[in-house]
Structures are given as structure tokens and as C-alpha cells.
Write a protein that binds this ligand. Structure first.
Ligand code: PEP
Ligand code: MN
Length: 682
């Protein structure tokens, strides 16, 4: 066919396009008329100009119907944002009001322009009438950091996909991010095979593709012969990559938007296994959002329950008792803690609603760890009937849960740790040792781990005498910088290994926030020493872990200050705090410190947390340790921690207050703790 024969066809098609365009113009004019009528209605009833939820819904609906007609989401968002903004302007002019309410928002994403995170951000914020600026980052954690450091207002992160499941890395990062969830959005993913001009399926030899997309398009990819699939970290970037390669035998799987951005051709569209391929994104920011009454909302939390039979059932029963509808339950392993799982739970309702506050209030008393990631409006949910106006008794508890550090107006400055919050005593369970239960728990070991032989000999003595926990300092907080500072992580390896051999959980002190993760990998209990009781960033850091914390009283701190320090840990989510009285500074200098035994009953009346006593650091002299330990038992301590050493005279720290191993054995007999069956071979 010649060019001239072709011409009439093209002319006819151009005429058709002209016709369609003039219809679009007529429809826009009709729309403007309707919009003006609404303006007059708004003027009569004095309604606010912008209903951003409605605008957001409207654009989302247009995107959905556009997708049914193979129209690109990015195009629909741009066109309808322009239409909606114009509508608002027209309404404002009609009523003589001024000022547009368009605001700018900076959003951090993982990936580049054209990625699905990019499109979801445009849809979520663009639909709210905001001008969206995107900050791109190579990793999820950098996107989170961008928000944390104030370089972006929010981040939009993919959390799960209908075909390939949870995006676990994002779950793990969210927990420690300190950010609040402020929204979520379900975005239809439309994977396409993209290539250069002249590319075809038959000639494709290599396809760059994100592993998630490989999983979601596995059926299509299986039909390709002689074609290598190369994993690529970013969907949109794979489009850019093939553009740069300029080789028609290389393709990429990405969105239509990416094709437009990088000037590529869509070779085949809709190649996912299932047409219904959605990714859910969550929106996170540094501050929680206010949700107007009546707007359906969802709340996301993270919790750890005990590992006894029925623990998860019991926790879930709290939701059903509170008439709260769970919409999602996802479990994640706790790193280095194979016996326990973290549960991510989404449920209907928002923090501040009395039923939700009640459930969270009960849950925090039962769970080992609880953190509220945020409450946010959710379009997936039906509106709820307006709640009755009742002031929530637990709103302050809720604040402590939501805020990373407690803001409380309580005169004593603590709440989660108080008996008022939880009347029943908390039992902190560590590998069979139950702090706060009926039995006295004995912790014993050297002041510092010094060598393999030393820790093994001590661990054997602790196990044989019926002790429950092995202690040993690896990072030592020495008053003088010239004193032995501990063997560090090398010492911790020895301690953990010795604990394993003798079946004892281990406790060791952590000195700085930067060490918390490493120490939590090996230690069953994290100790905060007297000198760090008010090191608030350290308290917050251990509060974010899932390890029980042994919190020692500051040597010059009051009991209320000790409870406020514990509150820093609890408010971060970790509910497993054991308090330790270890002697305070007084004018008396016959002993290293003065053991404040009355702290035990006073603390037990103020808090539900278990209380243990360390007579060794109080006395400073070994002969005083057994009588003080007996006194601690008599006054009701839940546990006792003593320093022991195979050869105290050669100890690198605190030798004078360390018991010989046989003295420890005698103390255990005096305390009435039965020795363990002397199993040989260990
Ligand atoms: C310890 O128990 O190892 C220790 C250093 O104790 P304190 O912090 O009470 O001095
Ligand atoms: Mn010591």
C-alpha cells in the first residue's frame, strides 16, 4: 500500500479524534456546570470547600475504571487532579472566596520515578490535592531515614502483594523506624513487558525483572524460550537499564508509566498470573494523624505473646471480647530468638476509641511486647456508627503507647509500670526462670567474664547449686578508665556458650545504644547498670528489643525515678522489665553502698514488675552477702543476684565482694533452693 493510499485513513482517524476531543470539551463544560451548582449548595449551607476524602475517593475510582480500559494510572491521576483542582477554583471564584488550598508534600520512596511506589504516592497524595515532590532512595531504610531526618513529610512503602505475599523487610524496618502509620492504599499492579523499538517476544533473550515481579508473572515467564531472567532490585530501574543498554533482545518488566518515562514500547501488557494483582502500600510519617469522627479507621500494632500453649489464642480473645474486628494477622520471626514470633495485627478502629483503648490496655498487660504503629483512615472499611461520647479512661495509657517516650501528666511520672494500670503481678519468664512467680530466682556469676575456664567453672557451680540464670559482665562500666573494661563481644560469646552447655539463660550489661542489637543477639536478659539508669536513649533502645531487661536502681535515685526509668522501656513496647535494688549512696561508709531493703515492699506496692535484690554491689564485702541475701528473701524479693568467682582473689573486678563457689553453694542451701541433679558430661 502506498503512502497516498494510506492518507484518507489517517485523515478519517484524525477527524474521529477531533470528534472525541470536542466531546471531552463538552463533557468538561457539563462537569463545570454541575460543579457550579454544587458551589451554590455549599454556599447556602456554608460547607467547607474541599472534601479531601471525597476527592481522593473520586480519583481512586477514576483510576480503577481507567485500568479497566487499559489506561495508565499516572495519566488518570494527572488528568483528574487537574480537573478537580479546576473545579475547586471555579467554585471558589463563584462564591467570591479566595485562596487555593493546594499544599505541597514531599514523599520519600524506595525506587525511582515510574516505580509502583512512585505511582502509589502520586495516587495517595495527589488525590488529596497536594503537589507531590518525590525523594527517591535506593533502599527502604534510606526512605525511612529521609522522613526521620525531616527531608520528607512521609514515606510510602509496599507492605504486601496479593500474589507474592508480605514484603517482610518493610515489616521489620517499620517496627524500629519510630514512624507512625498515617495511611494505606491498595494499588493495582499492571506489569508489562517493555522493550525497545523493534523488540518482540520471539526475539527476547534476556529480561530484567524485580524478584517480586518474577513471582507475580511466573506463568508468563515460563512460556518464554531461551530467555534469561535477571533479577533486578528495582522495577522501574530495570526499564531505565534496558533503555541504556539499547539492545532490542533485552526486555524489562515494569509499568506503563515506566515505559512512558523511559521512552520504551509496551510489548505485552497485563502479564501477571492474576489480573487481580494488588500491592498494599502504607504511608508513614513522624507524627500520628488526627482522624475525624465517623471516618472508618484501621490500627496496626506489633505484639509478642508468650510461647506457652494458647498464648496467641488468649491474646486474640482480647480482641473478640472487646468486639474488635481483626483484618490482618501476620507473623514474623524475632531475630536470634527462634522460640518466639512477633505478630503484626491490623484491626478496625482507632486509638482513642474507647473499645480500642480498652483492648490495648488489656493487651499491654498480657503481652510481652506491644507497639502501636498507628491508626489511619482506611477506604477498605465501611463507616462505623458514631460512637457515644464517653471520655476514655485509658486515653493516657494509649498516649504512652503511641509516643516513643512517655508524656504523662501523672505526678509520679509513670503509668504503664504502675499497679493502677495493672493490678496483677507481671511474671517475666526467661527459659524456665519465672521472675515474679512464687519461686525465688537465683542469678549468679562473676562480675566480669575473664576467660573460658573461669566462666565454665562458674556456670557449672551455678547449675549444680540450683541457680536459674548465669550472669557475667562483658562490657564493664568501670569508674576508672584504667580498670579492666571487660572482654566485650568475645566475652559474650563465652558467656552464651557456657550458658548453653549448662542450660542456663544469661544476663549481661549493655552500656551503649549502639551495642544493644549485638548484645541482644546473644544475651537472654539485657542488664542496665546503676550508672546508666537514666541513660534515656539506652533505655529506649532496650525497650525496642524483645529481650527482658534487668534494670538496676541508680545509686542516687529514688524509687519513683527508678519506675520512671522503667517507663521509658515499657513505653517503647517491651513489657518485660525486672527491677533491681543494688544499694544506694548514703553517708554510711562501712559498706560500699547501703542496701535499701525497704525498696522491695515499696516497689511491690507501686508496680506490677518483679523486683530482685543484688546484695553484692550493695555490701562490697563477701561476708555480708549471705545475710543480706537471706534478708532479701525474707522481705519478699522475687530474685537475688550475687557475684561469685572460682578464685575471687585473682578476680579482675569486684573480687572482695564475690563469693567463693562453695560459699555460694552454702548460701543456696540456706535459702532452701534445691541443688540440680548433678548430671555429668557437661
Ligand atoms: C553489675 O552488676 O555488673 C554492676 C556493674 O552493677 P551496678 O550497675 O549495680 O554497679
Ligand atoms: Mn561487679
Amino acid at each position: 500500500m502506498t503512502d497516498s493510499q494510506n492518507q484518507p485513513d489517517i485523515n478519517r482517524l484524525r477527524n474521529d479524534i477531533d470528534h472525541v476531543d470536542s466531546e471531552i470539551v463538552k463533557l468538561l463544560a457539563e462537569r463545570k456546570g454541575l460543579s457550579l451548582r454544587i458551589a451554590h449548595e455549599k454556599g447556602r449551607v456554608d460547607r467547607p470547600f474541599r472534601d479531601q476524602n471525597r476527592e481522593e475517593d473520586l480519583i481512586a475510582k477514576r483510576v480503577m475504571s481507567g485500568q479497566d480500559h487499559d489506561l495508565d494510572a499516572g495519566l488518570i491521576i494527572q488528568v483528574w487532579r487537574a480537573i478537580v483542582n479546576d473545579s475547586v477554583r471555579v467554585q471558589q471564584e463563584a462564591l467570591g472566596r479566595s485562596g487555593t488550598e493546594t499544599t505541597g508534600v514531599t514523599v520519600a520512596i524506595q525506587g525511582i520515578e515510574g516505580s509502583y511506589s512512585y505511582l502509589a504516592s502520586q495516587l495517595y497524595f495527589g488525590a488529596k490535592g497536594s503537589e507531590v515532590s518525590i525523594v527517591t532512595s535506593p533502599t527502604f531504610s534510606e526512605a525511612i531515614e529521609t522522613v526521620r531526618t525531616g527531608r520528607a513529610d512521609a514515606t510510602v512503602l509496599p507492605i504486601e502483594n496479593t500474589t507474592s505475599g508480605a514484603i517482610t523487610e518493610v515489616y521489620d524496618l517499620l517496627l524500629d523506624s519510630g514512624l507512625h502509620l498515617t495511611g494505606d492504599i491498595k494499588f493495582k499492579i499492571r506489569h508489562c513487558l517493555l522493550g525497545l523499538e523493534g523488540a518482540s517476544i520471539a526475539n527476547m533473550r534476556k529480561i530484567y525483572c524485580h524478584p517480586q515481579a518474577v513471582a507475580q508473572c511466573s506463568e508468563f515467564l515460563a512460556t518464554l524460550e531461551d530467555c534469561e531472567i535477571v533479577h533486578f532490585s528495582d522495577t522501574a530501574l530495570s526499564g531505565k537499564r534496558i533503555k541504556d543498554l539499547n539492545d532490542p533482545s533485552v526486555g524489562a518488566i515494569a509499568s506503563e508509566e515506566a515505559a512512558r518515562l523511559f521512552d520504551l514500547r509496551v510489548i505485552t501488557s497485563a502479564i501477571a498470573n492474576r489480573d487481580e494483582n494488588y500491592t498494599r502500600f502504607v504511608v508513614a510519617a513522624t507524627e500520628p494523624i488526627e482522624i475525624p469522627e465517623g471516618v472508618p479507621a484501621k490500627t496496626s500494632i506489633v505484639m509478642a505473646v508468650g510461647n506457652h500453649p494458647g498464648a496467641l489464642m488468649d491474646a486474640l480473645a482480647i480482641f473478640s471480647d472487646g468486639d474488635i474486628n481483626l483484618v490482618k494477622l501476620e507473623s514474623r520471626p524475632i531475630p536470634n530468638n527462634p522460640r518466639e514470633e512477633l505478630f503484626y495485627v491490623d484491626f478496625e478502629g482507632k486509638v482513642g476509641e474507647s473499645s480500642v483503648d480498652m483492648v490495648l490496655g488489656t493487651l499491654v498487660r498480657e503481652a510481652r511486647f506491644l507497639k502501636v504503629l498507628g491508626s489511619y483512615p482506611s477506604r477498605d472499611l465501611r463507616p462505623k456508627p458514631k460512637p457515644r461520647k464517653t471520655e476514655s479512661k485509658l486515653s493516657k495509657v494509649r498516649e504512652a503507647l503511641v509516643e516513643p517516650s512517655p508524656t504523662t501528666d501523672d505526678a509520679k511520672g509513670y503509668r504503664l509500670g504502675s499497679r493502677g494500670h495493672k493490678s496483677t503481678s507481671t511474671v517475666v519468664e526467661v527459659a524456665g526462670a519465672r521472675f515474679g512467680g512464687d519461686d525465688l530466682v537465683m542469678i549468679a556469676g562473676p562480675c566480669a567474664v575473664e576467660s573460658w575456664d573461669q566462666i565454665v567453672a562458674t556456670a557449672r557451680a551455678v547449675r549444680d547449686a540450683g541457680g536459674s540464670v548465669l550472669r557475667g559482665g562483658c562490657f564493664k562500666p568501670r569508674t576508672s578508665p584504667y580498670s579492666f573494661q571487660g572482654l566485650g563481644l568475645e566475652g559474650l560469646d563465652m558467656l552464651a556458650e557456657a550458658g548453653k552447655i549448662f542450660g542456663l539463660p544469661v544476663v549481661t550489661e549493655v552500656l551503649s545504644p549502639g551495642d544493644v542489637d549485638d548484645v541482644a543477639k546473644k544475651a537472654d536478659i539485657l542488664q542496665i547498670g546503676t550508672r546508666n539508669m537514666q541513660n534515656f536513649s539506652l533505655l529506649a533502645a532496650v525497650g525496642r528489643t524483645h529481650r527482658p531487661v534487668l534494670l538496676k536502681r541508680g545509686m542516687s535515685s529514688s524509687l519513683d525515678e527508678l519506675l520512671q526509668a522503667a517507663e521509658y522501656i515499657l513505653a517503647e513496647g517491651n513489657q518485660q522489665v525486672i527491677l533491681c535494688e543494688r544499694g544506694i549512696r548514703t553517708f554510711e561508709n562501712s559498706t560500699r553502698n547501703t542496701l535499701d531493703l525497704s525498696a522491695v515492699p515499696v516497689l511491690k506496692s507501686r508496680t506490677h514488675l518483679p523486683v530482685v535484690v543484688d546484695p553484692s554491689h550493695a555490701a562490697g564485702k563477701r561476708e555480708l552477702v549471705p545475710p543480706l541475701a537471706l534478708a532479701a528473701e525474707a522481705i519478699g524479693a522475687h530474685g537475688i543476684m550475687v557475684e561469685i568467682h572460682p578464685d575471687p582473689d585473682t578476680a579482675l573486678s569486684d573480687g572482695p565482694q564475690s563469693l567463693h563457689l562453695d560459699q555460694f553453694e552454702e548460701l543456696m542451701v540456706a535459702l532452701g533452693i534445691p541443688p540440680a541433679g548433678r548430671v555429668s558430661g557437661a
